[in-house]
Design a binder for this molecule. Structure first.
Ligand code: AMP
Ligand code: ZN
Length: 112
């Protein structure tokens, strides 16, 4: 996807504050953080959203990526939230599948 901002981050065509760069996925800081920790985990293959994914294994890899990052940052004890905004009503603004990890503040429920 030529005009996808997250694909450009993967190709290093635009800068991001990269936390982890793995074979199939990467993790970087959200540019507009909504919590003291706000990271994004994305597959290196472009999928518009969860429903475009034709490789079930990547979903497992992304969730394992969450566990890896959370462990490395020591977030398990206090807790954290994983979010996949999907579609217009879900508040998705970037059409490249991504998992948000939010942590280090109490997070309200339900979200707005
Ligand atoms: P969503 O609204 O779920 O689609 O989330 C997209 C997220 O991507 C938002 O939280 C944005 O702040 C974040 N974002 C957009 N552009 C960039 C970028 N260039 N680098 C890092 N995060 C970005
Ligand atoms: Zn993309």
């Amino acid at each position: 996807m030529n005009d996808c901002i997250f694909c450009k981050i993967i190709k290093k065509e635009i800068n991001a504050d990269i936390v982890k760069d793995e074979t199939d996925w990467m993790c970087f800081q959200d540019i507009n953080p909504k919590a003291p920790v706000h990271l994004l985990i994305i597959p290196k293959t472009h999928y518009d959203n969860l429903h475009s994914v034709n490789d079930d294994l990547i979903i497992v890899k992304l969730m394992n990526g969450v566990k890896t990052i959370v462990k490395e940052l020591g977030l398990e004890k206090k807790g954290y939230r994983v979010i996949v905004n999907t579609g217009d009503d879900g508040g998705q603004t970037v059409s490249h599948l991504h998992l948000h990890i939010l942590a280090k503040r109490p997070l309200g429920w339900p979200p707005g």
